[in-house]
Ligand binder design. Sequence first.
Ligand SMILES: Cc1ncc(COP(=O)(O)O)c(C=O)c1O
Ligand SMILES: N[C@H](C=O)CCC(=O)O
Length: 456
Amino acid sequence: MAEVSAGRHAGTRSSTARSEELAARAGRVIPGGVNSPVRAFASVGGAPRFLVSGRGAYVTDADGNEYTDLVAAWGPALLGHAHPAVIDAVKSAAERGLGFGASVPAEAELAEEIISRVPAVERLRLVSTGTEATMTAIRLARGATGRPLLVKFAGHYHGHSDGLLAEAGSGLATLSLPGSAGVTEATAAQTLVLPYNDLPALEAAFTEHGERIAAIIAEAAAANMGVLPPEPGFTRSMIELAHRHGALVILDEVLTGFRAGPSGYLGVLGDELRGDGTGDPVAPDLLTFGKVVGGGLPLAAVGGRADLMDLLAPLGPVYQAGTLSGNPVALAAGLTTLRHADAAAYSRIAAAADAIAGAVSSALDGAGVPHRVQRAGTLFSVLFGEFAAAPRGYAEVQRQETVRYRAFFHAMLDQGVNLPPSAFEAWFVTAAHDDAAVERIVAALPGAARAAARSL
Ligand SMILES: Cc1ncc(COP(=O)(O)O)c(C=O)c1O
Ligand SMILES: N[C@H](C=O)CCC(=O)O
Protein backbone atom coordinates (compact mmCIF):
# COMPACT_ATOMS: atom_id res chain seq x y z
CA MET A 1 0.00 0.00 0.00
CA ALA A 2 1.32 3.48 -0.86
CA GLU A 3 2.33 5.60 2.08
CA VAL A 4 -0.32 8.11 3.09
CA SER A 5 1.03 11.61 2.64
CA ALA A 6 1.35 13.71 5.77
CA GLY A 7 -0.91 16.71 5.90
CA ARG A 8 -3.89 18.17 7.68
CA HIS A 9 -5.97 15.24 6.48
CA ALA A 10 -3.65 12.51 7.67
CA GLY A 11 -3.85 11.65 11.30
CA THR A 12 -3.53 15.12 12.79
CA ARG A 13 -6.19 16.47 15.11
CA SER A 14 -6.48 19.92 13.57
CA SER A 15 -8.24 22.99 14.81
CA THR A 16 -11.99 23.20 14.41
CA ALA A 17 -12.18 26.71 15.85
CA ARG A 18 -13.65 28.30 12.73
CA SER A 19 -16.31 25.59 12.36
CA GLU A 20 -17.23 26.10 16.01
CA GLU A 21 -17.54 29.88 15.52
CA LEU A 22 -19.71 29.35 12.45
CA ALA A 23 -21.89 26.84 14.32
CA ALA A 24 -22.40 29.31 17.17
CA ARG A 25 -23.33 32.05 14.71
CA ALA A 26 -25.72 29.77 12.79
CA GLY A 27 -27.28 28.58 16.06
CA ARG A 28 -28.36 32.14 16.83
CA VAL A 29 -30.40 32.50 13.64
CA ILE A 30 -31.13 28.98 12.34
CA PRO A 31 -32.94 26.34 14.46
CA GLY A 32 -30.24 23.99 15.72
CA GLY A 33 -27.80 25.82 13.45
CA VAL A 34 -28.72 23.55 10.52
CA ASN A 35 -31.12 23.41 7.62
CA SER A 36 -31.51 19.63 7.78
CA PRO A 37 -31.32 17.79 11.12
CA VAL A 38 -28.82 15.06 10.18
CA ARG A 39 -26.12 17.71 9.72
CA ALA A 40 -26.19 18.66 13.39
CA PHE A 41 -23.97 15.84 14.76
CA ALA A 42 -26.79 15.34 17.30
CA SER A 43 -26.16 11.63 17.83
CA VAL A 44 -22.37 11.60 17.46
CA GLY A 45 -21.69 14.80 19.39
CA GLY A 46 -18.91 17.27 18.75
CA ALA A 47 -18.64 20.19 16.37
CA PRO A 48 -20.24 19.84 12.94
CA ARG A 49 -17.67 20.73 10.30
CA PHE A 50 -18.60 23.65 8.07
CA LEU A 51 -17.47 22.70 4.59
CA VAL A 52 -16.21 25.32 2.17
CA SER A 53 -15.08 23.32 -0.86
CA GLY A 54 -14.94 19.88 -2.38
CA ARG A 55 -13.04 18.31 -5.24
CA GLY A 56 -13.23 14.69 -6.31
CA ALA A 57 -13.21 12.44 -3.25
CA TYR A 58 -12.21 15.23 -0.85
CA VAL A 59 -13.88 18.05 1.04
CA THR A 60 -12.28 20.91 2.98
CA ASP A 61 -13.67 22.59 6.07
CA ALA A 62 -13.61 26.21 7.16
CA ASP A 63 -10.42 25.59 9.19
CA GLY A 64 -8.61 24.23 6.14
CA ASN A 65 -8.78 20.56 7.17
CA GLU A 66 -9.17 18.17 4.27
CA TYR A 67 -11.25 14.99 4.57
CA THR A 68 -11.69 12.00 2.32
CA ASP A 69 -15.44 12.08 1.92
CA LEU A 70 -17.90 9.23 2.31
CA VAL A 71 -21.01 11.39 2.40
CA ALA A 72 -20.93 12.73 -1.18
CA ALA A 73 -23.59 15.35 -0.40
CA TRP A 74 -25.79 12.42 0.78
CA GLY A 75 -25.57 10.80 -2.63
CA PRO A 76 -25.79 13.33 -5.46
CA ALA A 77 -22.01 13.64 -5.98
CA LEU A 78 -21.84 10.31 -7.84
CA LEU A 79 -18.84 11.46 -9.91
CA GLY A 80 -17.14 13.21 -6.99
CA HIS A 81 -17.29 16.84 -5.96
CA ALA A 82 -16.99 19.60 -8.57
CA HIS A 83 -16.56 17.23 -11.48
CA PRO A 84 -15.12 19.45 -14.25
CA ALA A 85 -17.72 18.48 -16.88
CA VAL A 86 -20.58 19.12 -14.46
CA ILE A 87 -19.16 22.48 -13.42
CA ASP A 88 -18.68 23.52 -17.07
CA ALA A 89 -22.25 22.51 -17.93
CA VAL A 90 -23.62 24.40 -14.93
CA LYS A 91 -21.61 27.51 -15.79
CA SER A 92 -22.73 27.56 -19.37
CA ALA A 93 -26.39 26.94 -18.42
CA ALA A 94 -26.19 29.73 -15.81
CA GLU A 95 -24.78 32.13 -18.39
CA ARG A 96 -27.89 31.57 -20.50
CA GLY A 97 -30.21 32.38 -17.58
CA LEU A 98 -31.02 30.90 -14.18
CA GLY A 99 -34.57 29.88 -15.01
CA PHE A 100 -37.55 31.06 -16.97
CA GLY A 101 -40.62 29.41 -15.49
CA ALA A 102 -41.15 28.02 -18.99
CA SER A 103 -40.26 24.77 -20.69
CA VAL A 104 -36.62 24.27 -21.70
CA PRO A 105 -35.17 21.67 -24.11
CA ALA A 106 -33.15 19.82 -21.46
CA GLU A 107 -36.30 18.68 -19.61
CA ALA A 108 -37.17 16.12 -22.28
CA GLU A 109 -33.49 15.17 -22.61
CA LEU A 110 -33.32 14.26 -18.93
CA ALA A 111 -36.64 12.40 -19.13
CA GLU A 112 -35.32 10.43 -22.13
CA GLU A 113 -32.08 9.61 -20.33
CA ILE A 114 -33.96 8.24 -17.31
CA ILE A 115 -36.52 6.36 -19.41
CA SER A 116 -33.69 4.74 -21.41
CA ARG A 117 -32.19 3.38 -18.17
CA VAL A 118 -35.38 2.34 -16.38
CA PRO A 119 -37.95 0.55 -18.55
CA ALA A 120 -40.66 0.86 -15.85
CA VAL A 121 -40.61 4.62 -16.48
CA GLU A 122 -42.68 5.62 -19.51
CA ARG A 123 -43.28 9.26 -18.56
CA LEU A 124 -41.53 11.55 -16.09
CA ARG A 125 -42.44 14.74 -14.24
CA LEU A 126 -39.63 16.86 -12.80
CA VAL A 127 -39.80 18.43 -9.36
CA SER A 128 -37.14 19.94 -7.09
CA THR A 129 -36.76 17.59 -4.11
CA GLY A 130 -37.22 13.94 -3.24
CA THR A 131 -39.92 14.98 -0.77
CA GLU A 132 -41.93 16.55 -3.58
CA ALA A 133 -41.43 13.47 -5.75
CA THR A 134 -42.83 11.03 -3.17
CA MET A 135 -45.63 13.45 -2.22
CA THR A 136 -46.65 13.71 -5.88
CA ALA A 137 -46.46 9.94 -6.41
CA ILE A 138 -48.77 9.36 -3.44
CA ARG A 139 -51.30 11.94 -4.58
CA LEU A 140 -51.21 10.35 -8.02
CA ALA A 141 -51.77 6.88 -6.56
CA ARG A 142 -54.73 8.12 -4.53
CA GLY A 143 -56.11 10.00 -7.54
CA ALA A 144 -55.78 6.95 -9.77
CA THR A 145 -57.31 4.44 -7.38
CA GLY A 146 -59.78 6.65 -5.53
CA ARG A 147 -58.54 5.01 -2.30
CA PRO A 148 -57.23 6.78 0.80
CA LEU A 149 -54.68 4.51 2.53
CA LEU A 150 -50.95 4.27 2.08
CA VAL A 151 -48.69 1.47 3.32
CA LYS A 152 -45.14 2.35 4.30
CA PHE A 153 -42.44 0.34 6.05
CA ALA A 154 -40.87 1.12 9.42
CA GLY A 155 -37.38 2.57 9.03
CA HIS A 156 -37.95 3.71 5.44
CA TYR A 157 -37.59 7.41 4.75
CA HIS A 158 -39.38 9.17 1.91
CA GLY A 159 -38.85 12.83 2.77
CA HIS A 160 -40.66 15.01 5.25
CA SER A 161 -44.27 15.26 4.06
CA ASP A 162 -46.86 14.76 6.81
CA GLY A 163 -48.04 11.26 5.98
CA LEU A 164 -44.55 9.76 5.76
CA LEU A 165 -42.91 10.62 9.05
CA ALA A 166 -44.23 7.80 11.24
CA GLU A 167 -41.43 5.38 12.19
CA ALA A 168 -39.27 6.93 9.51
CA GLY A 169 -35.55 6.45 9.03
CA SER A 170 -32.83 9.05 8.44
CA GLY A 171 -32.94 12.02 10.85
CA LEU A 172 -35.92 10.61 12.74
CA ALA A 173 -34.02 7.37 13.38
CA THR A 174 -30.91 9.35 14.31
CA LEU A 175 -32.82 11.44 16.82
CA SER A 176 -34.95 8.46 18.01
CA LEU A 177 -38.15 10.26 17.02
CA PRO A 178 -41.15 7.96 16.47
CA GLY A 179 -42.76 10.57 14.23
CA SER A 180 -43.27 14.32 14.07
CA ALA A 181 -45.35 16.76 16.03
CA GLY A 182 -47.63 18.79 13.82
CA VAL A 183 -49.06 15.85 11.89
CA THR A 184 -52.81 15.62 12.45
CA GLU A 185 -54.34 12.37 13.65
CA ALA A 186 -56.47 12.31 10.52
CA THR A 187 -53.37 12.43 8.31
CA ALA A 188 -51.46 9.87 10.38
CA ALA A 189 -54.44 7.51 10.19
CA GLN A 190 -54.11 7.39 6.41
CA THR A 191 -50.71 5.66 6.66
CA LEU A 192 -50.32 2.03 7.76
CA VAL A 193 -46.77 1.41 8.98
CA LEU A 194 -45.67 -2.20 8.61
CA PRO A 195 -42.46 -4.09 9.38
CA TYR A 196 -40.15 -4.42 6.36
CA ASN A 197 -39.50 -7.77 4.72
CA ASP A 198 -42.56 -9.21 6.45
CA LEU A 199 -44.90 -10.63 3.83
CA PRO A 200 -47.42 -12.08 6.34
CA ALA A 201 -47.84 -8.59 7.87
CA LEU A 202 -48.43 -7.15 4.40
CA GLU A 203 -50.93 -9.89 3.57
CA ALA A 204 -52.78 -9.25 6.82
CA ALA A 205 -52.98 -5.52 6.05
CA PHE A 206 -54.45 -6.25 2.63
CA THR A 207 -56.90 -8.76 4.11
CA GLU A 208 -58.11 -6.13 6.55
CA HIS A 209 -57.95 -2.95 4.44
CA GLY A 210 -57.43 -4.22 0.87
CA GLU A 211 -60.21 -2.19 -0.76
CA ARG A 212 -58.97 1.02 0.84
CA ILE A 213 -55.22 0.78 0.13
CA ALA A 214 -54.13 3.06 -2.71
CA ALA A 215 -50.45 2.15 -2.70
CA ILE A 216 -47.44 0.71 -0.98
CA ILE A 217 -44.42 3.00 -0.92
CA ALA A 218 -41.03 1.37 -0.31
CA GLU A 219 -37.42 2.38 -0.68
CA ALA A 220 -36.09 0.18 -3.49
CA ALA A 221 -33.51 -0.94 -0.93
CA ALA A 222 -33.80 0.63 2.49
CA ALA A 223 -30.83 2.92 3.10
CA ASN A 224 -32.07 5.37 5.72
CA MET A 225 -31.86 2.94 8.68
CA GLY A 226 -28.42 1.93 7.57
CA VAL A 227 -28.47 -0.16 4.44
CA LEU A 228 -31.02 -2.97 4.60
CA PRO A 229 -31.95 -4.54 1.26
CA PRO A 230 -35.19 -6.38 0.58
CA GLU A 231 -34.93 -10.12 1.13
CA PRO A 232 -34.88 -12.21 -2.05
CA GLY A 233 -38.38 -12.32 -3.51
CA PHE A 234 -39.84 -9.67 -1.17
CA THR A 235 -40.14 -6.89 -3.77
CA ARG A 236 -41.69 -9.24 -6.30
CA SER A 237 -44.21 -10.61 -3.78
CA MET A 238 -45.03 -7.09 -2.58
CA ILE A 239 -45.83 -5.97 -6.13
CA GLU A 240 -47.89 -9.08 -6.89
CA LEU A 241 -49.87 -8.74 -3.67
CA ALA A 242 -50.59 -5.04 -4.23
CA HIS A 243 -51.71 -5.67 -7.81
CA ARG A 244 -53.97 -8.56 -6.77
CA HIS A 245 -55.77 -6.07 -4.52
CA GLY A 246 -55.93 -3.26 -7.09
CA ALA A 247 -53.30 -1.19 -5.27
CA LEU A 248 -50.21 0.45 -6.77
CA VAL A 249 -46.54 0.21 -5.83
CA ILE A 250 -44.35 3.28 -5.57
CA LEU A 251 -40.69 2.33 -5.55
CA ASP A 252 -38.66 5.13 -4.02
CA GLU A 253 -35.29 5.34 -5.77
CA VAL A 254 -34.45 8.84 -4.55
CA LEU A 255 -31.37 7.48 -2.79
CA THR A 256 -30.66 4.28 -4.74
CA GLY A 257 -31.50 5.59 -8.22
CA PHE A 258 -28.46 5.61 -10.56
CA ARG A 259 -26.29 5.00 -7.51
CA ALA A 260 -26.84 1.40 -6.40
CA GLY A 261 -26.22 0.63 -10.09
CA PRO A 262 -26.72 2.19 -13.56
CA SER A 263 -30.49 1.51 -13.48
CA GLY A 264 -30.85 1.98 -9.75
CA TYR A 265 -31.81 -0.82 -7.40
CA LEU A 266 -34.54 -1.91 -9.82
CA GLY A 267 -31.68 -2.88 -12.14
CA VAL A 268 -29.96 -4.77 -9.31
CA LEU A 269 -33.22 -6.69 -8.70
CA GLY A 270 -33.38 -7.36 -12.48
CA ASP A 271 -34.03 -11.05 -12.93
CA GLU A 272 -36.14 -11.33 -9.80
CA LEU A 273 -38.70 -8.90 -11.21
CA ARG A 274 -38.43 -10.14 -14.78
CA GLY A 275 -39.63 -13.51 -13.54
CA ASP A 276 -36.45 -15.39 -14.35
CA GLY A 277 -38.45 -17.82 -16.52
CA THR A 278 -40.53 -18.92 -13.53
CA GLY A 279 -43.29 -16.32 -13.57
CA ASP A 280 -44.59 -13.21 -15.30
CA PRO A 281 -42.52 -10.04 -15.10
CA VAL A 282 -43.69 -7.52 -12.53
CA ALA A 283 -42.86 -3.82 -12.23
CA PRO A 284 -43.59 -1.00 -9.84
CA ASP A 285 -46.24 1.42 -11.10
CA LEU A 286 -44.52 4.65 -10.05
CA LEU A 287 -40.92 5.45 -9.18
CA THR A 288 -39.33 8.44 -7.52
CA PHE A 289 -35.83 9.79 -8.13
CA GLY A 290 -33.69 12.56 -6.63
CA LYS A 291 -30.10 13.11 -5.54
CA VAL A 292 -28.01 11.80 -8.51
CA VAL A 293 -30.56 13.01 -11.11
CA GLY A 294 -29.83 16.58 -10.03
CA GLY A 295 -26.07 16.11 -9.94
CA GLY A 296 -25.90 18.17 -6.73
CA LEU A 297 -28.53 20.80 -7.54
CA PRO A 298 -32.23 20.71 -6.54
CA LEU A 299 -33.90 18.37 -8.99
CA ALA A 300 -35.96 15.22 -8.51
CA ALA A 301 -38.58 13.33 -10.46
CA VAL A 302 -41.59 11.06 -10.36
CA GLY A 303 -42.09 8.63 -13.22
CA GLY A 304 -43.90 5.47 -14.17
CA ARG A 305 -46.69 4.00 -16.25
CA ALA A 306 -47.93 6.38 -18.93
CA ASP A 307 -51.63 5.86 -18.08
CA LEU A 308 -50.97 6.89 -14.48
CA MET A 309 -48.57 9.73 -15.22
CA ASP A 310 -51.03 11.21 -17.72
CA LEU A 311 -53.45 11.75 -14.85
CA LEU A 312 -51.25 14.69 -13.83
CA ALA A 313 -52.43 18.20 -14.71
CA PRO A 314 -52.70 19.62 -17.34
CA LEU A 315 -53.81 16.31 -18.93
CA GLY A 316 -55.60 14.89 -15.91
CA PRO A 317 -57.23 15.78 -12.60
CA VAL A 318 -54.24 15.28 -10.23
CA TYR A 319 -52.65 18.66 -9.61
CA GLN A 320 -48.91 19.19 -9.24
CA ALA A 321 -46.80 22.25 -10.03
CA GLY A 322 -43.54 24.06 -9.24
CA THR A 323 -42.10 27.49 -10.02
CA LEU A 324 -38.59 26.02 -10.04
CA SER A 325 -39.46 22.63 -11.61
CA GLY A 326 -37.23 21.72 -14.55
CA ASN A 327 -34.73 24.42 -13.67
CA PRO A 328 -32.19 24.65 -16.53
CA VAL A 329 -29.10 24.92 -14.32
CA ALA A 330 -30.12 21.89 -12.25
CA LEU A 331 -30.92 20.04 -15.48
CA ALA A 332 -27.41 20.76 -16.78
CA ALA A 333 -25.88 19.29 -13.61
CA GLY A 334 -28.16 16.25 -13.64
CA LEU A 335 -27.85 15.45 -17.34
CA THR A 336 -24.08 15.81 -17.33
CA THR A 337 -23.79 13.63 -14.24
CA LEU A 338 -25.93 10.88 -15.77
CA ARG A 339 -24.11 11.06 -19.11
CA HIS A 340 -20.77 10.59 -17.35
CA ALA A 341 -22.15 7.80 -15.17
CA ASP A 342 -20.95 5.11 -17.56
CA ALA A 343 -19.86 1.51 -17.00
CA ALA A 344 -16.36 2.65 -16.03
CA ALA A 345 -17.74 5.02 -13.37
CA TYR A 346 -19.93 2.29 -11.87
CA SER A 347 -17.15 -0.24 -11.87
CA ARG A 348 -14.86 2.26 -10.10
CA ILE A 349 -17.57 2.92 -7.50
CA ALA A 350 -18.14 -0.83 -7.02
CA ALA A 351 -14.40 -1.53 -6.66
CA ALA A 352 -13.94 1.27 -4.13
CA ALA A 353 -17.05 0.18 -2.18
CA ASP A 354 -15.80 -3.42 -2.08
CA ALA A 355 -12.33 -2.35 -0.94
CA ILE A 356 -13.59 0.01 1.77
CA ALA A 357 -16.31 -2.33 3.07
CA GLY A 358 -13.84 -5.23 3.20
CA ALA A 359 -11.22 -3.15 5.00
CA VAL A 360 -13.75 -1.87 7.56
CA SER A 361 -14.74 -5.42 8.37
CA SER A 362 -11.12 -6.61 8.69
CA ALA A 363 -10.21 -3.70 10.94
CA LEU A 364 -13.23 -4.25 13.19
CA ASP A 365 -12.58 -8.00 13.31
CA GLY A 366 -8.96 -7.24 14.19
CA ALA A 367 -10.07 -5.07 17.11
CA GLY A 368 -12.68 -7.61 18.23
CA VAL A 369 -15.62 -5.31 17.51
CA PRO A 370 -18.81 -7.19 16.63
CA HIS A 371 -20.45 -5.73 13.53
CA ARG A 372 -22.15 -6.41 10.22
CA VAL A 373 -21.41 -4.71 6.92
CA GLN A 374 -24.73 -4.17 5.18
CA ARG A 375 -24.75 -3.97 1.36
CA ALA A 376 -27.20 -3.04 -1.41
CA GLY A 377 -25.44 -2.78 -4.75
CA THR A 378 -22.65 -0.25 -4.33
CA LEU A 379 -24.23 1.16 -1.17
CA PHE A 380 -23.11 -0.01 2.23
CA SER A 381 -23.15 0.87 5.91
CA VAL A 382 -21.85 -0.73 9.09
CA LEU A 383 -24.00 -1.98 11.97
CA PHE A 384 -22.16 -2.22 15.27
CA GLY A 385 -23.21 -5.00 17.62
CA GLU A 386 -23.87 -8.75 17.64
CA PHE A 387 -26.19 -9.75 14.84
CA ALA A 388 -26.45 -13.51 14.46
CA ALA A 389 -28.29 -13.09 11.17
CA ALA A 390 -28.96 -10.30 8.69
CA PRO A 391 -31.47 -7.89 10.23
CA ARG A 392 -34.81 -7.82 8.44
CA GLY A 393 -36.21 -4.53 9.64
CA TYR A 394 -36.14 -1.41 11.77
CA ALA A 395 -36.70 -3.07 15.17
CA GLU A 396 -33.47 -5.03 14.77
CA VAL A 397 -31.26 -2.17 13.53
CA GLN A 398 -32.49 0.02 16.37
CA ARG A 399 -30.66 -2.40 18.70
CA GLN A 400 -27.26 -1.52 17.25
CA GLU A 401 -24.51 -0.13 19.51
CA THR A 402 -24.60 3.50 18.43
CA VAL A 403 -22.03 4.35 21.11
CA ARG A 404 -19.49 2.37 19.14
CA TYR A 405 -20.39 4.21 15.93
CA ARG A 406 -19.93 7.51 17.72
CA ALA A 407 -16.37 6.56 18.76
CA PHE A 408 -15.57 5.12 15.33
CA PHE A 409 -16.96 8.19 13.56
CA HIS A 410 -14.87 10.64 15.59
CA ALA A 411 -11.69 8.60 15.26
CA MET A 412 -12.18 8.57 11.48
CA LEU A 413 -12.95 12.30 11.42
CA ASP A 414 -9.84 13.08 13.48
CA GLN A 415 -7.83 11.14 10.91
CA GLY A 416 -9.39 13.01 8.01
CA VAL A 417 -12.27 10.79 6.89
CA ASN A 418 -15.76 12.25 6.69
CA LEU A 419 -18.39 9.61 7.48
CA PRO A 420 -22.14 10.23 7.83
CA PRO A 421 -22.72 11.72 11.32
CA SER A 422 -25.29 9.03 12.11
CA ALA A 423 -25.27 5.25 12.49
CA PHE A 424 -28.50 5.16 10.48
CA GLU A 425 -27.22 6.55 7.18
CA ALA A 426 -25.60 4.88 4.17
CA TRP A 427 -21.96 5.49 3.24
CA PHE A 428 -21.54 7.02 -0.20
CA VAL A 429 -18.59 6.25 -2.46
CA THR A 430 -17.98 8.22 -5.67
CA ALA A 431 -16.33 7.50 -9.01
CA ALA A 432 -13.56 9.85 -7.84
CA HIS A 433 -12.54 7.45 -5.04
CA ASP A 434 -9.33 6.31 -6.67
CA ASP A 435 -6.72 4.10 -5.02
CA ALA A 436 -5.18 7.04 -3.17
CA ALA A 437 -8.53 8.03 -1.63
CA VAL A 438 -9.31 4.44 -0.68
CA GLU A 439 -5.86 4.08 0.90
CA ARG A 440 -6.43 7.16 3.06
CA ILE A 441 -9.65 5.63 4.34
CA VAL A 442 -8.07 2.22 4.89
CA ALA A 443 -5.16 3.77 6.77
CA ALA A 444 -7.54 5.38 9.26
CA LEU A 445 -9.49 2.20 10.01
CA PRO A 446 -7.29 0.38 12.56
CA GLY A 447 -7.25 3.41 14.89
CA ALA A 448 -10.99 3.90 14.51
CA ALA A 449 -11.65 0.21 15.13
CA ARG A 450 -9.59 0.40 18.34
CA ALA A 451 -11.59 3.47 19.42
CA ALA A 452 -14.83 1.54 18.79
CA ALA A 453 -13.44 -1.38 20.82
CA ARG A 454 -12.68 0.89 23.78
CA SER A 455 -16.03 2.71 23.67
CA LEU A 456 -18.21 0.21 25.57
C1 LIG B 1 -35.32 7.25 -0.18
C2 LIG B 1 -35.53 8.73 -0.02
N1 LIG B 1 -36.68 9.27 -0.42
C3 LIG B 1 -36.92 10.58 -0.31
C4 LIG B 1 -35.97 11.42 0.23
C5 LIG B 1 -36.27 12.89 0.35
O1 LIG B 1 -35.48 13.63 -0.52
P1 LIG B 1 -35.17 15.16 -0.24
O2 LIG B 1 -34.27 15.21 0.94
O3 LIG B 1 -34.52 15.62 -1.52
O4 LIG B 1 -36.47 15.83 -0.02
C6 LIG B 1 -34.76 10.91 0.66
C7 LIG B 1 -33.74 11.79 1.24
O5 LIG B 1 -32.86 11.41 1.88
C8 LIG B 1 -34.52 9.52 0.52
O6 LIG B 1 -33.37 8.97 0.93
N1 LIG C 1 -30.95 10.39 4.81
C1 LIG C 1 -30.93 11.61 4.09
C2 LIG C 1 -30.44 11.31 2.74
O1 LIG C 1 -29.93 10.34 2.40
C3 LIG C 1 -30.05 12.62 4.70
C4 LIG C 1 -30.17 13.95 4.01
C5 LIG C 1 -31.01 14.91 4.80
O2 LIG C 1 -32.17 14.63 5.06
O3 LIG C 1 -30.49 15.99 5.10
